[in-house]
Design a protein around this ligand. Structure first.
Ligand SMILES: *Cc1c(COP(=O)(O)O)cnc(C)c1O
Length: 387
């Protein structure tokens, strides 16, 4: 109610991004839509039904608690997969609901077997292999014994996947690690072949790997950031577009974040704007206050450096980003009025503010900024044609 700010999710943009992804995946590789981090900030409850309406049937999250939230928003009985954390008290629930999860520890596997026995059901697990990321996964040395244990308890454990995660497929500088991981993964597949466990779905690729390492597409790809219309990083975008001779960006951002002008005022040359001395007015300025601050995910690092759009023009942030508001410079922008729409991310009258333009500080900026957008900002689906 009475929200200061709204996040719009563009349906047609998702349709287009999914078409781009499916085109690369082809018929042999299934899309698993990664919706951890509240669907990368887009809102699970908004993104997931929309993705389902475009035929997405598999979703991956990081934790059991995210899976629990996800289950509230799915309607077509899709495949739900937890890639990371399943605490013991969530195991019963996950097994009961037929939700699959990664096994990367002997104890996790044993508990899954015990839970499945207790419930008279099968636990669906993906065996995660440690191939060189050094985060989670069974080592190649442990894998034969793990496979034996799965065979021994074949009535209670269904191995539905064998997977690994690459340690930075978005940077060519990591090629020496990635190549080793690929070789180790192949060895893991040989171990599965040599065991009595039927070959499950093989999956390795995330967005960057899908674009940069097409030989790891296998049976399924776990795609996050691309669906939302963002490249994993600049290097991947440049490399992909150059290799394929693509001049226009094939991706479209789904997100458009908007607020509004709350108050308008001005200062004279020589005054300071906001707290302290962080912004000194070199000229007479017209200023507007927008009631969105760092408590809404508008990063404090954008103090004196971010900009927004109002009346189709760029307005820079002046002074420090406050908890609940920012001050923007509307000097020279004609006709700004209280209540005018302010775009924090996305387009307005042909101009745009990208997440990356927030600073281009690190490769991970898109991911971090998006997932930090608070859950309680309302998300609305916008169904308009793309320009
Ligand atoms: C987050 C994640 C992905 C998706 O990564 P994107 O770069 O967003 O495509 C895939 N696999 C695992 C294990 C992940 O944690």
């Amino acid at each position: 109610m009475f929200d200061a700010t709204t996040i719009e999710i563009h349906a047609e943009a998702l349709r287009r991004n999914l078409a781009f992804i499916r085109d690369i995946l082809g018929d042999r590789t299934t899309l698993c839509s990664v919706v951890k981090g509240n669907a990368y900030g887009h809102g699970l409850g908004t993104f997931v039904p929309l993705a389902e309406s475009f035929g997405v049937e598999r979703f991956a999250v990081y934790s059991a608690s995210e899976a629990y939230e996800l289950m509230r928003h799915v309607s077509n009985g899709p495949d739900v997969y937890i890639m990371g954390d399943v605490p013991d008290d969530a195991l019963d629930w996950a097994v009961e609901k037929g939700i699959s999860f990664n096994a990367f520890e002997q104890v996790r596997l044993d508990r899954a077997i015990r839970t499945a026995k207790k419930l008279g059901r099968k636990a669906c697990v993906h065996l995660e292999v440690e191939t060189g990321m050094h985060r989670t996964g069974f080592t190649l040395e442990d894998l034969p014994a793990v496979l034996d244990r799965c065979t021994e308890h074949a009535d209670r454990i269904e191995v539905v996947g064998i997977c690994t995660h690459l340690a930075g497929a978005e940077n060519q500088a990591n090629a020496f690690r990635i190549d080793e991981q690929k070789a180790n993964y192949k060895r893991a597949l040989e171990l599965v072949e040599a065991s009595r466990v039927p070959m499950p779905k093989r999956h390795v690729a995330c967005s960057a790997a899908m674009l940069n390492e097409p030989d790891v597409l296998y049976d399924m790809a776990r795609i996050g950031i691309l669906q939302y219309g963002f490249w994993p990083n600049k290097e991947t975008e440049v490399r992909y577009r150059k290799t394929h001779g693509i001049t226009e960006d094939p991706l479209r951002r789904l997100i458009r974040w908007r607020g509004r002008v709350m108050s308008i005022g001005g200062v004279q040359r020589g005054a300071f704007v906001g707290y302290g001395t962080s912004y000194f007015a070199q000229d007479d300025l017209r200023l507007a206050v927008v009631p969105v601050g760092y408590a809404f995910g508008y990063a404090r690092s954008l103090s004196n450096s971010g900009h927004v759009l109002v009346r189709g023009q760029r307005a820079p942030v002046r002074g420090i980003v406050n908890m609940n508001c920012i001050t923007i410079d509307i000097t020279g922008i004609e006709g700004v009025e209280i209540g005018d729409e302010v775009v924090l991310i996305g387009e307005q009258d042909g101009k745009s503010v990208s997440v990356a333009s927030f600073g281009e500080l690190s490769d991970q900026l898109n991911y971090e900024l998006l997932t930090r957008l608070p859950h309680d900002i309302p998300r609305v689906v916008v169904d308009e044609p793309l320009d």
